[in-house]
Design a protein around this ligand. Structure first.
Ligand code: SFD
Ligand code: AMP
Length: 667
């Protein structure tokens, strides 16, 4: 296939801006905002320039854009070592315990900052009943920092009034960047609606010298040159065909705008990935994708099959799970809960129902017994409001779906089911990059630390949040804290390498030609057909995405195959994906929005390819309930209780894989 090039013969050349800084933060989400807040504290005094770039408006960007109703990682009165065990159990025994312990010992400081910055956190009332964040503030309840008692849903989760969570966290980051402009004289160091496309290596062949991207609002492209970079651009969604269809297609649980840009960026730079075979398949309220945690943990609701049986207690299913997956099944982690639900569904016992109505009835009865009829009814009204608000704070679509389906959750149950797979490292998943740990924890094996906390295997390239592998269950608070830890280490790296001057391998003209190639292709061939949407000379972003999601869904263990795959299926899917990667050279875009979609889909292709190749490499089913290797449908600790690491060579389009020893640091 003739390789297309851009000579700006058909499309207008964009304005090209080169930005010079010391630390570049890619992504303005939880990790990115944590990084900006922390980096400026250390950079200002040294006159170091910190820049943050976000593809969206930072106040409402990333997974927390809509808000959240709980912070899922707050250690508080618990032991950090217990947090490590909880994460290890839920992620089937293989995690980087140094990274998880390090996060556990820092996360609460971020949560206490959030409260100081104005996030209303629920507190226990003197009567033992919960007060929502606003009531607690009005009642003068102590802050967490001063020993206030949060309302816990589970052992690690606390309730918040989180509709404006992201706005509050973004404000602190933007204020910090403002102080850095004052300290360094930079005119601008916060770029919104700029999409980072690619890493440009340094002529020294070791460092990433520049991150290149384009504005999604004006014909402008950017080359951000930096001495160190911090990638915080979240995971990947819509690599697999979603369960939502037609006009509902934009509805997913993890946000559609997470396109795996972080995975693609690190892979292009040659950074090592780990456990990229992992994925998260959450159980969610059907079609609305509303989360279930608060219902299970706070409202103590039960999920059953349509015959009223709790599938997690079905002896046949459980014994079979123990036979195949050993003691891991007994931990009843998120994956195994999914696995048992799918057994019931495959036996035709669906729909699976969340007993929201029963939960509310039981709560009402307890309240009235404890507080009497009048006060009890008042408390119930408050709790019901919270139950519905749980979604309004986080998954608004669920509330409108309840209305659309005439469902009154206090009267009837709601259907739940496993969604399509998501690639992420911050929630109950652990797919991401192999990074250095803090190195100070007793029992840390040598191969876990190489100098700068959260630095990848590429010098000067740091990772945080979803893109850090082998350390899930960080959630919003942990991602923020991890951004802070990585940023502090990145500043140390910059100060330790004062002579490094980034010199990108690509010229600004080459960068412009590569980023605007889809425009050139579209303008060059659009007149060939009567409908520019259908043209044999190029492929539009929608078509590219549909083909990608179909391949992944049918060959890499999507919903279509009940998450089942195998060597033969993976190899056929990868053959087709290689052809799609070739077709991506013919991506065409008619406007900036399509240009964004084109490169997002290219990032998804690289992310799901890494995912499928890792599943092919690990010859067992480590995460039953998330995916299954039909040819190795068991857990094999003898051969596979280890990390699976890979390195992609973008020039040669080749992959290296290796096993890396897992070390248990906390008994
Ligand atoms: O219900 C580019 N999460 C929950 N965490 C909690 O603590 N409590 C909850 O209640 C949680 N719930 C929940 C959660 C997520 C979602 C989507 C729902 C419900 C519906 C998880 C957390 O939100 C998650 O762990 C963190 O937000 C992850 O942080 P981080 O920083 O890794 O990702 P981000 O916040 O999405 O930010 C990414 C940023 O990158 C930008 N970006 N910028 C430039 N160029 C590119 N190419 C870019 N690509 C991405 C984005 O704009 C964004 O700013 S519940 O499930 O449990
Ligand atoms: P979710 O709403 O599924 O994203 O879950 C939110 C939080 O609740 C996460 O910390 C989950 O690990 C936890 N969680 C969800 N469901 C359960 C359950 N059935 N048992 C224990 N913890 C759960």
């Amino acid at each position: 296939m003739e390789k297309e090039t851009c000579t700006f013969s058909y499309c207008k050349k964009p304005e090209v801006t080169e930005v010079d800084c010391d630390l570049l933060i890619m992504g303005g989400g939880m990790a990115g905002c944590g990084a900006a807040f922390e980096a400026c504290r250390w950079a200002n005094a040294k006159g170091l320039k910190v820049v943050m770039v976000d593809k969206a408006a930072t106040d409402r960007s990333g997974a927390v854009a809509m808000g959240l109703s709980a912070i899922n990682t707050y250690v508080g009165e618990n032991k950090v070592a217990d947090y490590v065990k909880y994460v290890r159990n839920d992620l089937m025994g293989i995690i980087r315990e140094d990274l998880v312990f390090d996060l556990g010992r820092h996360v609460d400081d971020s949560v206490e900052c959030f409260e100081e910055w104005g996030l209303p956190i629920w507190k226990k009332g003197d009567d033992g009943f919960s007060m929502d964040g606003h009531q607690a503030i009005a009642a003068g309840k102590k802050s967490l920092k001063d020993g206030g008692t949060p309302v816990r849903t589970g052992k690690w989760q606390i309730m918040i009034n989180g509709e404006s969570y992201k706005v509050i966290v973004a404000e602190a980051a933007k204020k910090a960047l403002e102080t850095n402009r004052a300290a360094t004289g930079m005119a601008q160091n916060h770029y919104e609606r700029v999409f980072i496309v690619k890493a440009v290596m340094d002529t020294n062949g070791k460092n990433v010298a520049a991150a290149i991207g384009f504005s999604t609002r004006e014909n402008k492209i950017y080359s951000f040159k930096a001495k160190a970079m911090l990638c915080a651009t979240a995971g990947a969604v819509n690599c697999f065909r979603p369960r939502s269809v037609g006009e509902g297609m934009g509805r997913t649980w993890y946000p559609v705008f997470c396109a795996g840009s972080g995975y693609a960026f690190g892979m292009q730079a040659g950074a090592e990935l780990t456990l990229m075979e992992n994925r998260f398949v959450p159980a969610r309220f059907k079609d609305g994708y509303g989360p279930v945690g608060a219902w299970f943990l706070f409202f103590k609701a039960k999920a059953t099959d349509s015959y009223g049986e709790d599938y997690c207690t079905n002896k046949e299913y459980f014994d079979d799970a123990v036979a195949r997956y050993g003691d891991y099944a007994k931990n009843m982690g998120t994956a195994i809960r999914n696995h048992l639900m799918m057994r019931a569904m495959k036996d035709g016992k669906g729909p699976i129902l969340m007993g929201t109505h029963t939960a509310m009835e039981i709560l009402a009865k307890n309240m009235k017994e404890k507080l009497g009829e009048k006060e009890g009814a008042k408390q119930i009204k408050h709790l019901e409001a919270e139950a519905w608000e749980d979604f309004l704070d986080m998954a608004i679509g669920q509330a409108s779906l309840w209305a659309a389906k005439n469902i009154e959750p206090d009267k009837v149950p709601s259907e739940i089911m496993p969604t399509e797979p998501y690639l992420l490292g911050s929630h109950a998943g652990c797919a991401g990059f192999w990074v250095s740990g803090p190195g100070d924890l007793p029992g840390t094996p040598e191969h876990y630390s190489w100098g700068y906390n959260r630095m990848s295997t590429v010098p000067g390239l740091f990772m945080s949040g979803d893109v850090v592998g082998a350390s899930g269950h960080k959630f919003s608070s942990g991602s923020h804290a991890e951004g802070r830890m990585a940023a502090k280490a990145a500043i140390a790296y910059i100060l330790d390498n004062p002579d490094y001057k980034p010199s990108p391998k690509m010229s600004l003209d080459e960068i412009a030609a590569e980023l605007y190639l889809p425009f050139e292709i579209y303008e060059k061939y659009k007149v060939y057909t009567t409908d520019p949407g259908i043209n044999p000379n190029y492929i539009g972003p929608k078509a590219l995405q549909a083909r990608l999601m179909k391949i992944a869904d049918e060959y890499f263990g999507g919903c279509a195959t009940w998450y089942m795959t195998s060597k033969t299926m993976l190899e056929e899917g990868l053959r087709l994906l290689d052809m799609l990667k070739e077709d991506a050279n013919k991506m065409a875009a008619k406007d900036l929005h399509e240009l964004l979609r084109c490169f997002e889909n290219y990032h998804r292709i690289l992310s799901v390819e890494a995912h499928a190749r890792h599943i092919l490499f690990r010859e067992e089913s480590r995460y039953p309930g998330y995916y299954y290797r039909g040819d190795f449908n068991k857990i094999d600790d003898v051969n596979w209780k280890c990390f699976t690491n890979s390195k992609y060579n973008v020039e040669a389009n080749t992959w290296e894989f290796k096993k890396v020893p897992y070390v248990q640091m906390y008994p």
